[in-house]
Write a protein that binds this ligand. Sequence first.
Ligand code: A3D
Length: 320
Amino acid sequence: MARPKIALIGAGQIGGTLAHLAAIKELGDIVLFDIAEGTPQGKALDIAESGPSEGFDAALKGANDYADIAGADVCIVTAGVPRKPGMSRDDLLGINLKVMKAVGEGIAANAPDAFVICITNPLDAMVWALREFSGLPHAKVCGMAGVLDSARFRHFLSLEFNVSMKDVTAFVLGGHGDTMVPLTRYSTVAGIPLPDLVKMGWTTQDKLDAIVQRTRDGGAEIVGLLKTGSAFYAPATSAIEMAEAYLKDQKRLLPCAAWCDGEFGLKGFYVGVPTIIGAGGIERIVDIKMTKDEQAMFDNSVNAVKGLVEACKGIDESLA
Ligand code: A3D
């Protein structure tokens, strides 16, 4: 059986890390695509040359022509520009919308059966636009954000409780932005919910509130430290977790930006929700019941995303 083909659209910081991780995990053969000439070729060759030491079997190719992604099983999209200090994700909208048009058309023409994971910001609006431009089935186009936001939350919680990150589960829903909704009730240490851990004296409500806020600001914290560009190791790892769930039909329950059509009371809209990812793509949306307060936070987040989608329609008439 031929190896799966993984196309990485955008060979920047995240794209290069995705290629390295996909090769080490032997998820398939890899094509790195970018408009910048030389960058994808150079990164592909560099990673291929790590193969003998690492001991992986994966072919790597750099490309500037969409024809090279032909027949890809998975496309992970990072094409566009990242944030600089002081910029919000939403400031990227105009530039990255144009990029999504080119990428969506390139995928539709060359890899229409692929499972597509968008990472480009502002995430929830860009995944919506990418789906519109590509015309692919909604279940095959999703956005990576929830896995990363949950991983950040899990990391901070494991530090607070001094327990292994493996035993911390966390749930972050809503749009990938300042309004994201970390759900403490559904976040646990080996099944013990965070509110119970507060009652048990493992932490205080104030400390937990500060961790929730640090999670919301997780991207900005790294942008502030790096000064040139945004996070790329953890975002790439998160998208690889989603790609692996699809390629290996793992039926993982992962939060991601998915098309809700009735779920969570939403009618035809992309936002961060719990999903099951398997060979069918987004196979199911797990429509959990929220408390009044959680619902209010979720609605606030949804409204922020709606504003961005409307802004996209204002910029590109074909989306209206
Ligand atoms: P960067 O290292 O700048 O890479 C982007 C690459 O896209 C560059 O190599 C560009 O040459 C390339 N590019 C630009 N236009 C096109 C085009 N039309 N077609 C193909 N390639 C193109 O950025 P990065 O890898 O650090 O980040 C990529 C995106 O991910 C940015 O929009 C970030 O804001 C976003 N991001 C999202 C998250 C989420 O959690 C959702 C986290 C971190 C970064």
